[in-house]
Design a protein around this ligand. Structure first.
Ligand SMILES: [Zn+2]
Length: 327
């Protein structure tokens, strides 16, 4: 592998900020893929023709999405596997067995690597448990969330990503529930053997969707001390309101001043998980330039966009990151 490890790069270059890509689900939809289905943006890969038909239109669309994010300045890109847990895939597609599932994920990862080239970092995306039943924006995980077997849910996706040389990092996205966060943080290097980050799903009032404060989360992480999996090296927020995102990061940074943060907010539109539509946003209070400055002041080291952000947002982030580097 020709790339430096992303973890070493960030630790050895404390001033560096990396640009992440934008909402892949949104971008695929904008480019003509119908994503409204239980495996969401992973849908193009489910069709056998994606792999067998040299003229597959969907394959061209996925490639062009990556090209657009690369052209906008993204240095870190994500696989389109947010809603691709074994549960979601096996219950809703023709892929039913673990070997078939592992083969599918492996093909998606190596295709994504081909699209972005060998010099960019690639993140294996894993959506929250709540992504399989649309509760990642409510955090309502039923009456006994502490009894959910999160490991059973995540294990097939994790174990495939763990062994992929094409992936530099694993990203847990849109985690809305404290029990889920604690479960992930209890797993050692035998369960998560690659560097990983956790993106929290936070309400615009600054609380995790289930009501936990950022302070509680920070204190909990500190309390784990040397029991933390050494591969866990970034925490932050994703798919949260653009306008309110900087305060959440300030709170996390106050509790965890030495911990690198990651942030990729959505455009500020609000997703209606029942009607499956995005409702119009309040207008942006800030520009990406303002937001990037605020993020940097809070120790954010990887910045990108989530749902409803596009390559033009990534271009604005990239410009802001490079400008603030020169100051
Ligand atoms: Zn999102």
């Amino acid at each position: 592998m020709t790339r430096t490890s992303i973890k070493s790069y960030l630790l050895e270059n404390p001033e560096a900020v990396l640009v992440l890509d934008g909402g892949q689900g949104t971008e695929l939809e904008n480019r003509g893929i119908q994503v409204a289905n239980p495996v969401w943006s992973t849908i193009p890969f489910i069709n056998e023709s994606f792999w067998s038909d040299p003229a597959s239109k969907d394959r061209e669309i996925v490639k062009s999405m990556y090209q657009a994010f690369l052209k906008s300045g993204a240095q870190v890109l994500m696989t389109v596997t947010y809603q691709a847990s074994f549960k979601s895939v096996s219950e809703n597609t023709r892929i039913k067995t673990l070997p078939q599932y592992t083969e599918l994920l492996t093909k998606i990862v190596s295709f994504s690597r081909e699209c972005i080239g060998s010099d960019k970092w690639l993140v294996g995306c894993i959506g929250a448990w709540g992504a399989h039943n649309c509760s990642e924006f409510t955090g309502e995980y039923g009456p006994e969330p502490e009894k959910i077997d999160f490991l059973e849910y995540f294990e097939p996706q994790l174990s495939t990503f763990n062994v992929s040389d094409d992936l530099d990092m694993i990203g847990f996205e849109t985690i809305p529930n404290f029990h889920e966060l604690k479960a992930i943080l209890s797993w050692d290097t035998s369960i998560i053997s690659k560097p990983f980050f956790i993106g929290l799903s936070v309400h615009e009032n600054g609380l995790l969707r289930d009501g936990t404060t950022m302070e509680e989360i920070g204190r909990y992480i500190k309390s784990l001390g040397s029991n933390l999996n050494p591969n866990f090296f970034l925490i932050g927020v994703n798919c949260v309101s653009f306008n309110h995102s900087s305060e959440m990061l300030e709170s996390l940074h106050r509790e965890l001043p030495d911990f690198p943060l990651i942030a990729y907010p959505n455009s500020g539109e609000v997703y209606d998980t029942v009607k499956k539509v995005w409702n119009p946003k309040e207008s942006h209070t800030y520009t990406w330039d303002d937001i990037v400055k605020k993020y940097k002041a809070s120790g954010v080291r990887i910045i990108g966009g989530c749902c409803r952000t596009t390559p033009s947002d990534i271009e604005a982030i990239s410009e802001a990151v490079h400008q603030s580097r020169q100051q």
